[in-house]
Structures are given as structure tokens and as C-alpha cells.
Design a protein around this ligand. Structure first.
Ligand code: UD1
Length: 348
């Protein structure tokens, strides 16, 4: 079997790692096409090195730009690469512009396409990621769902026949790294710190909203470890905002192992990341999501994630947040990547 993975942004490298390993174990030929959406070394190269992923066969080096320009350039580049050497499967990951561009390039060439992390929905049509998900799911031939909620979302859109429930490959990697990593959490902040990440356009791109979000985090009573995503760095610089005000302790983007260590050591998470909500749940850390909705509703239903759409409500939302223990594993138990490869191989 001959598979091309199309990736471009940090969360996709994390999903790629366990899939690449499972494909290697199965003896498949695997080509990685990097769109170049993320290009800073600590957002891209560091993850290939740390997670032992083979270097991309091709890097389109598209970089940043408006949604239309970025997506269009990726589409043209991916088409060129796929047409020159068509694989048995084109594998797309998650919900970024790289995902949608790769899906469009592949389906127009009539190549078999599979979408990993299919079926997530926020129902928030102002999110670029929501359009990327919906359009990619409706384009692809095979929809690999991480949860039963995702399966039901796809069925409700008439996509049930293309859907297979495989579990979440991010859990595979997290369980492996959390089990083996000896990295210590950052000691300079003591044991009562909050781990926070903010990068979504809805929180960063409106200057007034960004002031409120940073102000709410800065006013927390415990230290806040804040790894800075480039989008946040750019918007804060444009607005002249201080990322070390009050309780904030900014730092560069963390490596995957550093992130897992920081998560293990913290008392709570505040984030707008999709991946971190899930990772907090798997390691049983209370999580506050700075959004009005989440795709990972199981974490909310099980009591480990609380939504906080209004930054000024953060202290009240964090008050007395002590979730009840659970042994639920709605995203699987760490064997999703092997199932992905089985499903692909059975359909070649
Ligand atoms: C993208 C995804 C989002 C995902 C996130 C993970 C889309 C629409 N959004 O958002 O779903 O959660 O990645 O990180 O695809 N930048 C750098 N260096 C980099 C990468 C980006 O400086 O290596 C800057 C760019 O100048 C740009 C900003 O960060 O202005 C945003 O980058 P972009 O890739 O457009 O979107 P993300 O916010 O990273």
C-alpha cells in the first residue's frame, strides 16, 4: 500500500507521528507532503525530530497568507505532487487550511481520500476550521472518526456509509509519551500553576477580545504558564499588549514532551486549543475552554471541561472546579493508529 499524508500545521504533526509509525510497522510506502503552513522551527521541524517522523518528501513552503491565497497555493502545489506520483490513499488530518487544500487536490484527481479526525463539529460557522471540517468530510471517500459523537455527526449529514470509528490517534501518542517521559514539569512556578494556551482567531484577532482574554488570565491567583503561539505573538505585538502582565509567565512554544510534562504538573488548563482539551481530559486535569462551544463535548459531559465564552467569567468558572473521577475513555485506549492502517489496507 502506498499512502500520501498531507500535513502543514503543528497539531497535524502530532497526529502524523503515530500513523507514520503504524504505516512503517505494516510495511506500507508512506510519503509525507508538508504544505509549509507552519514554518517556524519550533512549530514544525522540532516535532519531526522529537517524534521520530521521517522528513517530508516534499515541502511546498507556502507559509502564511490570507485564507484564500494560502489554501489556493497549497491546492495547486498538492495537485502537482499527487498527479506526478498518485498514491493508493491520500490521508488528510484535522481541520486546517492544509486539510481542505489537500482534500480538494486529491478528489479532483479522483484519488481515494481518507479524513482522519472526521466528524467533529462546533456548529460555529464563524470558525474557519468548521468550514474546513465540513467541506473535507463531504469530499472524502473514507471518514475515520475519533469518537461515537463524531460518528453520529457524520450519520446525521448522510455520511454514515463512508464512516469508520477508529478512536483518536492523539491518545495513542499521549499515552506512550506520558508513560515513558521522565521530563519534569517546570519547577520555577511551583505546583499550583495554570497551563494556558490561546491561538484561535476568535480570541486573538479582535483586539478588544484579546485584551479581555489576557486580562482574565493575568488576574488569576496562581501563576499562568503561557506558551506563545505565533498568532498570539503577532496580535499582541500589533496591539502593544504585555504578555507578561500579572500572573502571566510567557514562554516559547513547547516541544511535545515539554507540553506533556507541563500538563502533568499543572493544577488546571485554560485553552482554546482542541487538542489540549482532550489531552487534559486523558491526563485528568480540569480544563476551562475559552470558547462558546467545543467539538469535544464528551469532556464537558464527563465534568472535566467547562466552557467560558466570556473572559470576565473565568474566576467564577474556575471556582470549585474539582471534577469527579471517571474511567471513561471516549477517544479510545491508544490503538487508533493501528486501526487506521487496518482500515486503509482492507480497502486498497
Ligand atoms: C492553524 C489552523 C488551526 C490550528 C492551528 C494550530 C487554519 C485555518 N487554522 O491556525 O486550525 O488549530 O494552526 O497551530 O488552518 N505563524 C508564524 N510561524 C509559523 C506559523 C504561523 O509566525 O510557523 C504566524 C503567521 O504569520 C500567521 C499566524 O501565525 O499570521 C497564523 O498562522 P496560520 O497558519 O494561518 O494559522 P494558525 O493560527 O496557526
Amino acid at each position: 500500500m502506498n499512502v500520501t499524508s498531507i500535513v502543514g500545521a503543528r497539531p497535524q504533526f502530532i497526529k502524523l507521528a503515530p500513523v507514520a509509525e503504524a504505516l512503517r510497522t505494516a510495511g506500507a510506502r508512506h510519503r509525507i507532503l508538508h504544505t509549509g503552513q507552519h514554518y517556524d522551527p519550533d512549530m514544525s521541524q522540532a516535532f519531526f525530530d522529537e517524534l521520530g517522523i521521517s522528513p517530508p518528501a516534499v515541502n511546498l513552503a507556502i507559509g502564511s497568507g490570507s485564507h484564500g491565497k494560502q489554501t489556493a497555493e497549497m491546492l495547486a502545489g498538492a495537485e502537482r505532487v499527487l498527479a506526478a506520483d498518485p498514491p493508493d490513499w491520500v490521508l488528510l488530518y484535522g481541520d486546517t487550511n492544509s486539510t481542505l487544500a489537500g482534500a480538494m487536490a486529491a478528489v479532483k484527481l479522483q484519488l481515494p481520500t481518507a479524513h482522519l479526525e472526521a466528524g467533529l463539529r462546533s456548529r460555529n460557522r464563524r470558525m474557519p476550521e468548521e468550514h474546513n471540517r465540513v467541506l473535507t468530510d463531504h469530499a472524502c471517500d473514507l471518514l475515520l472518526a475519533p469518537s461515537q459523537v463524531a460518528v453520529r455527526n457524520l450519520q446525521a449529514e448522510g455520511l454514515g456509509e463512508r464512516t469508520v470509528h477508529v478512536g483518536d490517534v492523539m491518545v495513542d501518542l499521549l499515552l506512550r509519551v506520558a508513560g515513558s517521559s521522565t521530563l519534569a514539569p517546570p519547577t520555577r512556578l511551583g505546583s499550583e500553576y495554570v497551563l494556558a494556551t490561546i491561538h484561535r482567531a476568535e480570541n486573538t484577532d479582535d483586539p478588544a477580545r484579546l485584551v479581555q482574554v489576557l486580562g482574565a488570565l493575568a488576574a488569576l491567583p496562581s501563576p499562568v504558564l503561557l506558551p506563545i503561539h505565533p498568532r498570539l505573538a503577532n496580535r499582541a505585538a500589533e496591539g502593544g499588549l504585555d504578555l507578561s502582565q500579572g500572573a502571566l509567565h510567557p514562554c516559547s512554544p513547547l516541544s511535545y514532551r515539554e507540553l506533556v510534562a507541563a500538563l502533568r504538573g499543572c493544577r488546571a488548563v485554560v485553552t482554546d486549543s482542541g487538542g489540549l482539551q482532550k489531552e487534559a481530559f486523558v491526563l485528568r486535569r480540569p480544563c476551562v475552554t475559552m470558547r462558546g462551544e467545543t467539538e469535544w463535548i464528551e469532556t464537558v459531559e464527563l465534568g472535566w471541561n467547562r466552557l467560558c465564552p466570556r473572559p470576565e467569567d473565568l474566576p467564577a468558572v474556575m471556582e470549585g472546579f474539582s471534577p469527579r473521577e471517571t474511567d471513561a475513555s471516549p477517544y479510545g485506549r491508544g490503538d487508533a493508529a493501528a486501526r487506521v492502517v487496518d482500515v486503509l489496507m482492507a480497502r486498497v
